[in-house]
Design a protein. Sequence first.
Length: 136
Amino acid sequence: MTKFKIIFKQVFFKNIKSPAYIIMIIMPIILLGVVLGIGKLMDQSTEPAKIAVLSQQPAEQAALQQMRGQDYVIDTQIKTQPQAAQALKQEKIDGYLIIQQGNSQYFERKDSRDFDPSGIQNQLNEMNICDPCAAS
């Protein structure tokens, strides 16, 4: 048994000094980190877009804040265009929609999630807030 221990010790200490052995030990840990990181990124991409919807009419603004959607969440704290522009600049929201006199404009970050404002346009048309809405 002592011969086995001596041989095992010599082989083990010879192998532990080689770069291939160290890489073989560290590689599963690195791969696990990469897989978990990719999973985390995939979860973030499925989050709904955070937007703000602004209107000049207080009654419309209140109705717009109550809207719900599958692919977006409305930030109810933002009430004015300067607040929305600042939040967009600080990357707190992905975009904002301004409704003025029947027209609408959607502003978004260049690196924001893909979001199609036509779903909001359809909801606005159903609520008769924005009859000829055309996002530009």
